[in-house]
Ligand binder design. Sequence first.
Ligand SMILES: Cc1cc2nc3c(=O)[nH]c(=O)nc-3n(C[C@H](O)[C@H](O)[C@H](O)COP(=O)(O)O)c2cc1C
Length: 413
Amino acid sequence: MKFENPWKQNPWFESVAVAQERARKRLPQPVYGALVAGSERGQSVADNQAAFAELGLAPHVVGQLPERTQETTVFGQTIGSPVIISPTGVQAVHPDGEVAVARAAAARGTIMGLSNFASKSVEEVTATGATTFFQMYWTGERDTMVQRMTRAHDAGVKGLIATLDWSFSMGRDWGSPEIPEKVDLKAMVRLAPKVATKPRWVKQFGQEFLRTKQLPDLTAPNLAPPGGAAPTFFGAYYEWMTTPPPSWEDVAWMRETWAQISGTPFVLKGVCRVDDALRAVDAGVAGISVSNHGGNNLDGTPAAIRMVRPIADAVGEQIDVVMDGGVRRGSDVVKALALGAKAVMIGRAYLWGLAANGQAGVENVLDVLSGGVDSALRGLALASTAELRPGHLIVPEGFDRALGVPETAAARR
Ligand SMILES: Cc1cc2nc3c(=O)[nH]c(=O)nc-3n(C[C@H](O)[C@H](O)[C@H](O)COP(=O)(O)O)c2cc1C
């Protein structure tokens, strides 16, 4: 008889909070710290989640519907549930990194956002069959950007996400985690005490090492010049830091260039203000994500969910408005949709799932969220997420943050 360990943990988890706790136990402290992140005093990262908890629901007792749908069409793609994978650049969480996330996105029929700073190449990620949107920062010369866009298009991506909100805010009260330039012997010896306490994580990477005979390399393969080597994470960061910030003309150029190369949707991520949303419409974007970069950017920026309604009211009929920041449960998704978002993007939630259980962990997170959306629809006696309106929520007075509302924006509404 085969002995089954009765104490073995069930890999399935019931909430994103449980996945986070498993990730905390499993990951070396600097890696876990890099994911929790949040800039300066952490005001924005905290508000991203706290604001969702200020919103309430008022369920019905009878009259719930037997069938409910979450299907939505956003950025030209029809997805089964309105939850999209937001691009994130730190996936040393699991040896399969973005490939595991993409497989999970494909299995659950959603969009995979792939970061500029991803650890896996865009070709490996599109080979999973996932509907992939490539994310770019404004970094490098225009020719270099064209080459990167062309490569992503050739790999088969279905859209481009331009993330332009990053303002290089340094200094975190919780202490930034150390990221080695290269995972060489020197770095391994230095980090060993923090890593040695996490045998399961080491074992996963050790198995990968035995398979590939290579140490995990902190490089950005999607920023490699044609036929050249991938830059290190810091090399890539340096190029980005030293690139002059873009103007609205640059955004229009990027949008037009992408249209010529690919003809697929162009999404601007990181919009906080109504005036910027209106200018994004003028620049011809197909969509925007209302976002404060998960609270990792300028601290003091309000929670993304507080900025959704004013922006969706201003531009939601012209372009697709999604949001990201602080989404941890299905009811958060429902709240964002009720305030005018067409879908949400998630960051940390799937990183916790990836750390806890690889591809299956990311699928588990997507299932937790869609299960929660379904429960909320049932309680609200709605047949579909498309029916969600602000009136389905309890919204405290003064909840919204309408930033940069020009007189003309008010008139256009
Ligand atoms: C560890 C980490 C790395 C990130 N890297 C990127 C990135 O490379 N590109 C990008 O557009 N956004 C990046 N983001 C922001 C996410 O796409 C998203 O805006 C944010 O995580 C949403 O907040 P949430 O984590 O509360 O869901 C990153 C976020 C985290 C936590």
